[in-house]
Design a protein around this ligand. Structure first.
Ligand SMILES: NC(=O)c1ccc[n+]([C@@H]2O[C@H](COP(=O)([O-])OP(=O)(O)OC[C@H]3O[C@@H](n4cnc5c(N)ncnc54)[C@H](OP(=O)(O)O)[C@@H]3O)[C@@H](O)[C@H]2O)c1
Length: 253
């Protein structure tokens, strides 16, 4: 990967104010992409955009709630209207999401609706709009952040895992709908990545730390971003439709 890998391309990354999304945005920018970064925390986004520009890259911050369809519509419209005459949209990374400790019995039911609104419905709204646009364009990439917990239910977070099962289904449905148009859809399923995710989810040494202690060294966001960069750098006729990245010592999920 060098500054020519995505030169002339525009990428939108949701959940870019922290963790995996931030690492993906910086990686795409280093590879020459103009990057539209989105999340709710506007100050964080402006800081990231400034960091990308200071390194010679191009970036625009759009604060938006990824759980709201209208906000995702506005995000894509702002990305397309970024420069006079309108830019192409080449890469959309649907990454915004959150976790929740506990299963069906133990998780905080008061957070269920918001979790599904963000992880499932908001993701679906972004995928629908991005898919419609890229299909008209006849090319492009959509990368969806699922989880190993969206393939094997996790002993730490069964309710969250159910939302990621839905995300896995959305990604595969979209891949089938779009493949004939030349648009690639990839589902990236990380194992445990050290980020703000654990705090937001309400993980504690008791409900999480003890269980993962035996996994050894956990993943950093950049290691997932490297996987995303790899699949986005392949020739357009090669679609890595699923990529699972675990810490080597993680046996389950
Ligand atoms: N960390 C892990 O172990 C792990 C494993 C597998 C999959 N994943 C998935 O990877 C993705 C990124 O996770 P991460 O580890 O990078 O977590 P993180 O460090 O907590 O970052 C989450 C990002 O999503 C944004 N976000 C959350 N809710 C949002 C909303 N309603 N609207 C807009 N943005 C929202 C946050 O920004 P604001 O708060 O500023 O809005 C933040 O930028 C998530 O989909 C997560 O489910 C994580």
């Amino acid at each position: 990967m060098d500054e020519r890998t995505w030169a002339g391309k525009t990428a939108v990354v949701t959940g870019a104010s922290a963790g995996i999304g931030r690492a993906v945005a910086l990686t795409l920018a280093r590879g020459g992409a103009a990057v539209v970064v989105s999340a709710r925390r506007a100050e964080r986004l402006e800081g990231l955009a400034a960091e990308i520009r200071a390194a010679g890259g191009r970036a625009k911050a759009v604060a938006a709630d990824a759980g709201e369809a209208a906000e995702m519509e506005r995000l894509l419209a702002e990305a397309l209207a970024w420069e006079e005459g309108g830019r192409r949209l080449d890469i959309v990374v649907a990454n915004a999401g959150r976790g929740l400790a506990g299963g069906i019995l133990g998780s905080d039911e008061a957070q269920w609706r918001e979790l599904y609104q963000t992880n499932v419905l908001g993701t679906a709204s972004l995928l629908r709009r991005a898919g419609q646009h890229l299909a008209r364009q006849g090319s492009g990439d959509i990368v969806v952040l699922g989880s190993v917990a969206g393939r094997n239910i996790s002993p730490f977070s069964g309710f969250y895992g159910s939302s990621k099962f839905a995300v896995s289904g959305l990604a595969e449905a979209l891949r089938q709908e779009l493949c004939a148009t030349g648009v690639r859809v990839s589902l990236v399923m990380p194992g445990i990545v050290v980020s703000e995710f654990q705090q937001v989810a309400g993980y504690t040494p008791e409900n999480f730390g003890k269980g993962v202690a035996r996994f050894g060294r956990l993943l950093e966001p950049q290691e997932v971003a490297d996987g995303v960069a790899w699949l986005l750098s392949l020739p357009p006729h090669v679609n890595v439709s699923e990529l699972m990245i675990r810490p080597t010592g993680q046996n389950y999920p």
